[in-house]
Design a binder for this molecule. Structure first.
Ligand code: NDP
Length: 454
């Protein structure tokens, strides 16, 4: 670690203690930016990075709600309005019991760079609650969403802050949140993205993150004149990102052999084809079951329960060519990364946010054969189509499926090009981490310089 980064990290840890995920995200970016700050001392004098690290505003609020048994529950709500230099705050809401300030700050920080890479005018934000939607009735979910929005509505707006979904927040939750916002404000605007098609949503938004991660993998393979045809792929998670990653891999001729949830994973050597994926979508999105049930339907598949005492996740220890981590942060540690490389995996396209630890990233980067696409580039397709949803809402004209998918493909292609060109320009050819971090930073940094110290 350079002296600059180690001093910066000491300051960040002292100012923001007990936020390990936030420290990790900042350290990874700061390491890449040292070169830029050396070449451009004006960014250092203006303390641009120090300002990007500090959220513009953090809103923390009580979410009291009454469940269908009449019991009173209290959750915590958050919205991190991280950076608005290039557009309104934009980023998802996460409902999961693990949610805390540090996790949301890491996600909001990553979002600033990711949104900048998309080429669209969006600042960065993130929010959510420690509410656990798992196993809850629709009525409970609705009551919670109404309580959450009854405070959040005063802080957001189509030109201020536009939330979307993330873990635990899908179409159902966005519907309840939008309904409450509309009632309280008495206005129909594009204040949230990921909306239903009949009320302002965009075609391809549900698919966008997964499709985008696969398009990004295809771009990386393209640098070696290869395609996804015939490639065996490991996918983690079984939610929104994992499902549409699987769909697109199948469409492009690859084979997906794993899916998971927080209890364990399934391995299906024959591949999770379109019919099996349909079963998974019904299981997870309609019946809201566990991935284990897959083996009741498909007897040749093997289910392995997650063992938190193991030093690695066996999902990442199968022979394959590509890996698409699509569940959560830090799901690939250094042992997992070594197992992946040992098993022949040489393409990693991150659908999840920060799924690889810094030690894991070091393993990938030490191997020149590995094409490693970090989340802030590889999973930017979701927020990119959210940006396109905002555009359609402003124009009040919806685009066709093909129009949106073509735009998504172009954006993923442009992000890939930015990564490659920027890495080359700063002396790290082929390094997607440096390319994404610097590429995302420059646009925001220049906007902040133009706008003065605010
Ligand atoms: P979903 O809630 O739809 O699915 C999340 C999946 O990951 C579920 O299978 C869930 O299992 C699993 N999971 C969640 N937490 C853990 C955990 N601690 N350990 C193991 N498995 C876990 O969320 P998404 O698919 O939307 O999000 C997945 C990832 O993609 C996240 O990192 C998110 O930030 C990122 N992302 C999402 C975008 C989007 O557009 N939705 C955009 C960009 C990034 P279980 O059912 O057991 O909880």
């Amino acid at each position: 670690m350079s002296e600059y980064v180690s001093n910066l990290m000491a300051e960040v840890k002292a100012k923001h203690p007990a936020q390990p995920e936030f420290h990790q995200a900042v350290e990874e970016v700061a390491e890449s930016l040292s070169i830029v700050l050396d070449r451009h001392p004006e960014y250092r004098t203006s303390k641009v990075l120090e300002r990007i690290i500090e959220p513009e505003r953090v809103i923390i609020f009580r979410v009291p709600w009454v469940d269908d048994q009449g019991d009173v529950n209290v959750n915590i709500g958050f919205r991190i309005e991280m950076n608005s230099a290039i557009g309104p705050y934009k980023g998802g809401l996460r409902f999961h019991p693990s949610v805390n300030l540090g996790i949301l700050k890491f996600l909001a920080f990553e979002q600033v760079f990711k949104n900048s890479l998309t080429t669209l005018p969006m600042g960065g934000g993130k929010g959510g609650s420690d509410f656990d939607p798992k196993g809850k009735s629709d009525l409970k979910i609705m009551r919670f969403c109404q309580a959450f929005m009854s405070e959040l509505f005063r802080h957001i707006g189509p030109n201020t802050d536009v939330p979307a979904g993330d873990i635990g927040v899908g179409g159902r939750e966005i519907g309840y949140l939008f309904g409450t916002y509309k009632k309280l404000r008495n206005e129909f605007t594009g204040v949230l993205t990921g909306k239903g098609l009949n009320w302002g949503g965009s075609l391809i938004r549900p698919e966008a993150t997964g499709y985008g991660a696969v398009y990004f993998a295809a771009e990386m393979l393209g640098t070696r004149n290869e395609t996804l045809e015939g490639k065996t792929c490991l996918v983690s998670g079984s939610g929104n990102v994992a499902q549409f990653t699987t769909e697109k891999i199948n469409e492009l001729g690859g084979k997906v052999v794993t899916l998971s949830d927080s209890n364990g994973y399934i391995y299906d050597e024959e591949g999770i084809d379109a019919d099996k994926l349909k079963y998974v979508m019904d299981l997870k999105n309609v019946r809201r079951g566990r991935v284990k049930e897959y083996t009741d339907e498909y007897k040749n598949a093997v289910y392995t329960e997650l063992d938190p005492n193991m030093d690695h996740n066996p999902l990442w220890n199968h022979k394959a060519d590509c890996a698409f981590p699509s569940a959560t942060q830090n799901e690939i540690n250094d042992v997992d990364a070594q197992n992946l490389v040992k098993n022949g995996v040489y393409v990693i396209s991150e659908g999840a946010n920060m799924p690889t630890t810094i030690e894991g990233i070091n393993v990938f980067q030490a191997d020149k054969n590995v094409l490693y696409g970090p989340g802030k580039a590889a999973n930017a397709g979701g927020v990119a189509v959210s940006g396109l949803e905002m555009t359609q809402n402003s124009m009040r004209i919806p685009w066709s499926r093909k129009e949106v998918d073509d735009k998504l493909k172009n954006i993923m292609n442009s992000i890939h090009k930015t990564c490659i060109d920027t890495a080359e320009r700063f002396g790290h050819p082929g390094d997607y981490v440096v390319g994404a971090n610097i590429g995302g930073f420059l646009k925001v940094a220049d906007a902040m310089m133009d706008q003065g110290v605010v």
